[in-house]
Design a protein around this ligand. Structure first.
Ligand code: 7TS
Length: 412
């Protein structure tokens, strides 16, 4: 086994000690958790911050004059500022709290639905999660707009020249992911955005898989919209972020109506609150918003680049090791690839492999990963997927390798 210390400056055992959930047995084996692209586990600081919120400052925000409401409001707004800084957004009100990536994309797609006209075009990529396809289809269907798809090559890389051909004066928005959840492909976001901007077309980037592994600077990318989910970046579920350039957030109509998002309401008409409140109707996920800030502090304490380097080393080790298994087929071999290994083993259904691995205490994802068009592109119904986080180890990969040999023994 290759020792972690050869590959990383991080003390992985110390990091693992911060995640209580990892220290349990599943089916009488130590848990090896490789389903991080779906949701990552939470460190003790995040768990404590949730409890601390309810033990000390729980209160509704932005509306009370009383002490607790002010403390909760301050904590929520400080977290917004932390996230602004983390993404290097120019203005704090460009950071909108949402329920997560899906909610963020729906917010933008709903806004564009109202701006679209018949014959307008929306470009998405062939490697999108359903949450970056269906909201655009809903918008397009209502207005008679057309969805255009950027194809990918056999290595699971988007074909840039084809993308260039799709852009034209009818294009109203381009939406694609920074990193594919099903393939691990890291897309050339900055170049793709620059290309769209030649036509003055705004770009929405789904950063759900990027934020846990990449330092993102929305101004450097020149992204018009960028979104992610807290639960994939060591934070709580039910909360996420939409970054939007001020000019675009001003242009889009509100997503939901209700309390908090208004300036004045009468039966003759309603005026909307300033950003970011225009897009934050109702009582939000207050504790989630605050604790997402804690999770962002957590990854910054370790260093996002250190996390990525460790995961990359794990991926290379895993690819080498699993590649020795006869009949192992990697789905997604982009040159620029994040720590997601999607694969099939000849003659073995992903579900069977996943079930046996679970019996061995190894958690992987099986199926289409909410990316059916991606699976169709490779003529497969689904894959087995192992996706890495900062707390994964080489020993766990050795166990995955042994587990897959066992699967082969049982099913071949
Ligand atoms: N976009 C990408 C690229 C994703 O990976 C996911 C979730 C989403 C959007 C949706 O995020 P949500 O937090 O709103 O649900 N991906 C996965 C996955 O790969 N397995 O389970 C969820």
């Amino acid at each position: 086994m290759i020792s972690d210390s050869k590959h990383t400056v991080l003390d992985i055992e110390k990091i693992r000690a911060e995640f209580p959930i990892l220290h349990q047995e599943v089916n009488k084996r130590p848990l090896a958790y490789f389903d991080n692209a779906a949701s990552s586990q939470k460190p003790q600081v995040v768990i404590d911050a949730i409890s601390n919120y309810y033990s000390t400052i729980n209160s509704n925000i932005h509306r009370g004059v009383h002490h607790l409401s002010q403390l909760a409001t301050d904590a929520y707004e400080q977290s917004r500022e932390k996230i602004r800084k983390h993404l290097n957004a120019e203005k704090k009100h460009e950071i909108i709290f949402t329920k997560g990536t899906t909610d963020s994309i729906n917010l933008v797609a709903n806004g564009f639905r109202q701006l679209l006209q018949e014959g307008d075009e929306i470009i998405v990529s062939a490697m999108e999660h359903h949450s970056n396809i269906v909201p655009w289809q809903l918008a397009a269907k209502e207005k008679g707009a057309i969805i255009r798809v950027i194809p990918m090559n056999d290595n699971a890389e988007l074909i840039f020249e084809e993308y260039q051909k799709l852009l034209n004066e009818k294009t109203k928005i381009v939406a694609f992911n920074h990193i594919s959840n099903a393939l691990g492909t890291i897309n050339p976001v900055k170049e793709m955005i620059a290309e769209a901007h030649k036509y003055n077309v705004p770009v929405m980037v789904d950063g759900a898989q990027a934020i846990p592994h990449t330092l993102v600077d929305v101004q450097d990318l020149d992204a018009d919209f960028y979104c992610f989910s807290s639960h994939k970046v060591y934070g709580p579920t039910g909360i996420g972020i939409l970054y939007g350039k001020e000019e675009w957030l001003e242009k889009l109509p509100p997503y939901q109506g209700g309390g908090e998002m208004i300036k004045e309401v009468s039966f003759e008409g309603t005026t909307y609150a300033e950003l970011p409140h225009k897009f934050e109707a109702g009582t939000p996920h207050i504790e989630g918003g605050i604790v997402l800030g804690t999770a962002i502090d957590y990854i910054n304490t370790i260093g996002v680049e250190n996390i990525a380097a460790h995961e990359h080393a794990l991926m290379e080790y895993a690819l080498e090791k699993l590649g020795t298994i006869e009949g192992f087929n990697l789905i997604g071999s982009a040159k620029n690839k994040a720590a997601v290994i999607s694969f099939l083993i000849d003659g073995i259904h992903p579900y069977d492999a996943g079930t046996i691995l679970d019996k061995l205490g190894i958690a992987v994802r099986t199926g289409h990963h909410c990316a059916q068009p991606t699976m169709s592109r490779f003529n497969i119904p689904g894959t087995v997927r192992a996706s890495f986080a900062v707390y994964n180890t080489y020993e766990e990969i050795d166990r995955l390798h042994e587990g897959l040999l066992k699967v082969k023994q049982m099913f071949a």
